[in-house]
Design a protein around this ligand. Structure first.
Ligand code: NI
Length: 247
């Protein structure tokens, strides 16, 4: 029999939790067949969607810990990309390409892009609410740590929950604007090399292992690697636009 979960507590919205060890085997089965947008579903809604299934209602006390995610976006920003639109846009940048090759080429591309560019220019935001090159490089460096951590978590415990993070909050909390762009690039390069070396060593079966992202649902190692390649291209283009001669 199929078992589904109803996660009704409001604090479950956009967050991830770790279940008590005795509940883990259940959660493994359940979370895979349960889309993240249903985390706030009531038992009634779940029963209506999955007729004939047993419903397990998860309560906060069934968790070892709870990692809150991003709060619900206010109404005026609902025009922003959905997670699905983001995935489609990002992966479209590397359509027909080998993600590992794209990823391997990125540090050199970034190096060439910022070569000889003054620090003041790299620190200048193109608009008050748009990241500077220095901030983008710090973002890439930190995101590479996140990606490497996620892949290691998945390899060590397939089906594991993956916590989303607020990238804009990290710009402020991590003082990205003050980072040394060359050091960020160095950090990115070292992390990237380590992650690529790991990926070259894993088996075809391990490429299919997945985690459950708190906002985007099931993500295999293969998918994450493709997303990261597209993410590279996205930010390379962004830096090119910022540094392009003004017309
Ligand atoms: Ni990004």
């Amino acid at each position: 029999m199929l078992l589904v979960c109803a996660l009704r507590a409001p604090e479950f919205e956009h967050g991830t939790g770790e279940l008590l060890p005795n509940l883990l085997p259940i959660m493994r089965r359940v979370s895979i067949q349960y889309p993240p947008q249903s985390l706030e579903s009531t038992v009634e809604e779940v029963t209506a969607r999955f007729p004939g299934c047993a419903v397990l209602q998860i309560q906060p006390e069934m968790l070892v810990k709870f990692l809150p995610g991003k709060p619900r976006e206010p109404a005026e920003t609902t025009m922003k990309e959905t997670p699905q639109e983001y995935i489609e846009r990002i992966t479209s940048y590397v359509e027909g390409q080998q993600p590992l090759k794209v990823q391997a080429a990125t540090p050199r591309k970034l190096e060439r892009l910022i070569k000889g560019v003054s620090l003041s220019k790299l620190r200048k935001r193109p608009a008050p609410d748009k990241w500077s090159v220095v901030e983008i490089l710090a973002h890439l460096a930190d995101t590479e740590i996140v990606g490497g951590f996620r892949i290691r978590m998945i390899l060590g415990a397939p089906g594991t929950p993956i916590a989303a993070f607020n990238q804009d909050a990290w710009v402020t909390s991590g003082h990205y604007g003050k980072r040394d762009p060359r050091k960020s690039l160095g950090q990115f390069q070292v992390s990237r090399e380590a992650n690529l070396a790991l990926l070259k060593s894993i088996t075809p079966e391990q490429w299919k292992h997945h985690g459950i992202h708190s906002e985007r649902g099931v993500e295999t190692v293969e998918h994450i690697v493709r997303m990261f390649a597209g993410h590279d291209v996205n930010h390379i283009r962004q830096i090119e636009r910022i540094l392009a001669p003004q017309k």
